[in-house]
Structures are given as structure tokens and as C-alpha cells.
Write a protein that binds this ligand. Structure first.
Ligand code: ATP
Ligand code: MG
Length: 314
């Protein structure tokens, strides 16, 4: 097995809403392996960004632990925290709001480099290196963010994330705000980072074809829980969970025969403040069995090596 960089163990993130509790993450267990692109998919509100923010130590879980190279990221001294910030970086969905519009790109990026302790010569060298990595001309450094396209800005957001030579980049829907024509370029850049620079990534997305294209393994989440997890090959060709089948059925695919007709996703995601009993997916599941799926929470079961699913009927 590959080296584990991040381990998310029994993580819960709860929010109080009046007298009720919203379980944004509900007992999540995930590993991020060295030099992989781990996809996290699921419908809106299933907890993808919450998971990313917890891994970044931007928010603290209600319960559970997250370790980077075996070290708990929530029990660190100030100095250790700064080190962790170097090692885990994030790229967000909207590149237009990720730069200060009052400053040039050079100033935007230099401020980050300074924060990580680089002097001005080191900063200039690093920015030059990174412009080559992201295939943009040096002249962009003198431009204002408002003068650049979404694709150029997202490349620069990726460069900014790379300044500190992070071990992991968490990319939260990094292409969903971009034109389709530009999306492929950004995805190819991420794939290059993995193969040429040994970059490990967590790729959060609701777009399954994109996930299939660039990820090595995938975690499928529903209402704060992991429903299925495995390699892209396993998950897309030996799909085990009815929820994953339903997600796949909802997307245009090269080989539609793989997904059974019964798998069409029905109805809306239930209110997160009123979670269904038993299997959270049973209210929309075409296979749900009364007396079982509505009563008992299914545990994650290993159905093949490294491929797990939380379904009573698998
Ligand atoms: N700070 C917060 N306070 C209260 N509830 C929150 C907070 N942050 C997230 N939530 C709730 O937690 C759940 C998970 O939210 P999250 O943003 O992680 O979902 P997501 O999978 O990233 O969705 P999307 O695909 O829309 O980005 C949602 O029900 C959301 O409303
Ligand atoms: Mg999100």
C-alpha cells in the first residue's frame, strides 16, 4: 500500500441550528496517499468543502482526528501550525475572488512568499519557476487581476498554492467556474503537477466525468457520510452503492450500459437537519428494503481490496 499522507479518522463536524444539530461530517474515515489524486464527490451540501476545510485546519472537527504524516494537525504549536500551512494548500472554485484586485499579480504572489519566509531574491526565483510550471508569460506579474481571464487566474491560484512546496493541494471545485474550453487546460495542468512534480491532491468535485478523468481514487459522500470509496477503475466499472450508481446514471457517459436503469436518482437530498434513519440514502434508493435500510445504519464493508461501500444490500 502507498504511504499515507493525511489520515482523517472518525471525524465529525456538527453545527448547532437552534435545537437541532446539522451533521456536516458524520464519522468520516479517509486516507490520502502519497502522489495520488483523491476525488471527493457528492451532491451539494454533502460535506465536501467542510472536509477540505477540516483537512486544511481552517475549521476544527467536533470529534475525531486528522493527521499529516502521523502528526495531529489540531494539537500544534504556532510554529508547527505555520509549517502545516506550508504543507497543505488550497485552491478554490472562483479564481476571480482569490486575488486582491488592488494589487498586481506580483504583489499578490510575493505577499504569500514573504509570509513563508522567502526574501526578495528567493521570491523572484520561485515566481519565475512557477510561471514556467503553469505556462504563463512573465509579463502577467505586472498585470492587475481584473485584466486576466478566469483560466489565467486559476493557473496563478495554483501557482500561489505551490509557492510553499506543499505536500498536498486541496482543490475545491477548481474548474467549475471556468468555461468548458478552459477546464481541460486546468485539469491537464493538475495532471502534470502529479506526474512531473509528484504532487498529491484532493480534488473536490460534483462532476463525475472530470473525476474519472483525473483521479486515482474516489470517495463518494452523501449527507456527511462516505457511501463508497475505491480506485477510479473499481468505482466506475464495479459500482457497488446504489447512490454511486444513481450519480453515474445522472451523467452522460461513454458506456451507459454499465449503469442499470433502476439507478435513476429520485427526489431531492433530504434536509440535513432531519436526516433519515438507518441508511441516509434509503428515502431515494430504488432498492431500499423496509425494516432494514430504514432502521439500521450500514457499516462500510470491503467488497474488493481497497473498495468499500456502506450498503446493506451489497
Ligand atoms: N459554517 C457553517 N455553519 C452551519 N452550517 C454549515 C456551515 N458550513 C457548512 N454548513 C452545512 O454543512 C453541510 C455541508 O456543507 P458543505 O459546504 O461542506 O457542502 P458541499 O458538499 O461542499 O456542497 P457544495 O457542493 O454546494 O459546495 C451543508 O448542509 C451546509 O449547509
Ligand atoms: Mg463545497
Amino acid at each position: 500500500m502507498s504511504d499515507v499522507l493525511i489520515e482523517v479518522k472518525n471525524v465529525k463536524k456538527y453545527y448547532r441550528k437552534g435545537k437541532k444539530t446539522l451533521k456536516a461530517l458524520d464519522q468520516v474515515n479517509i486516507e490520502v496517499w502519497d502522489n495520488e489524486i483523491l476525488g471527493v464527490v457528492g451532491e451539494s451540501g454533502c460535506g465536501k468543502s467542510t472536509l477540505g476545510r477540516c483537512m486544511m485546519n481552517l475549521i476544527q472537527p467536533t470529534e475525531g482526528t486528522i493527521t499529516l504524516n502521523g502528526k495531529d494537525i489540531f494539537t500544534l504549536s504556532k510554529t508547527e501550525l505555520k509549517e502545516i500551512r506550508k504543507k497543505i494548500q488550497m485552491v478554490f472554485q472562483n479564481p476571480f475572488s482569490s486575488f486582491n484586485p488592488k494589487y498586481t499579480i506580483r504583489k499578490n504572489l510575493s505577499m504569500v512568499a514573504r509570509f513563508y519566509g522567502m526574501n526578495s531574491a528567493e521570491t523572484s526565483r520561485r515566481l519565475e519557476e512557477l510561471l514556467e510550471v503553469i505556462s504563463l508569460d512573465k509579463s502577467v506579474l505586472g498585470r492587475m487581476p481584473t485584466e486576466l481571464s478566469g483560466g489565467q487566474l486559476q493557473r496563478l491560484a495554483i501557482a500561489r498554492a505551490l509557492i510553499s512546496r506543499p505536500e498536498i493541494i486541496i482543490a475545491d471545485e477548481p474548474v467549475s467556474a471556468l468555461d468548458v474550453s478552459v477546464q481541460a487546460q486546468i485539469l491537464n495542468l493538475l495532471l502534470d503537477l502529479k506526474s512531473n512534480y509528484h504532487q498529491t491532491m484532493v480534488f473536490i468535485s460534483h462532476d463525475l466525468p472530470v473525476v474519472e478523468h483525473i483521479c486515482d481514487r474516489v470517495v463518494v459522500m452523501y449527507l456527511g457520510s462516505v457511501m463508497e470509496m475505491g480506485t477510479v477503475d473499481d468505482l466506475f466499472s464495479n459500482t457497488a452503492h446504489p447512490y454511486t450508481m444513481a450519480l453515474l446514471a445522472a451523467k452522460p457517459r461513454e458506456n451507459p450500459d454499465v449503469v442499470k436503469e433502476e439507478a435513476q436518482l429520485q427526489g431531492d437530498v433530504p434536509n440535513a437537519l432531519n436526516m433519515p434513519s438507518g441508511c441516509k440514502f434509503h428515502t431515494r434508493c430504488p432498492r431500499a428494503k423496509e425494516g432494514l435500510c430504514d432502521c439500521e445504519v450500514p457499516a462500510l464493508k470491503e467488497i474488493a481490496q481497497g473498495h468499500v461501500a456502506a450498503c446493506h444490500l451489497v
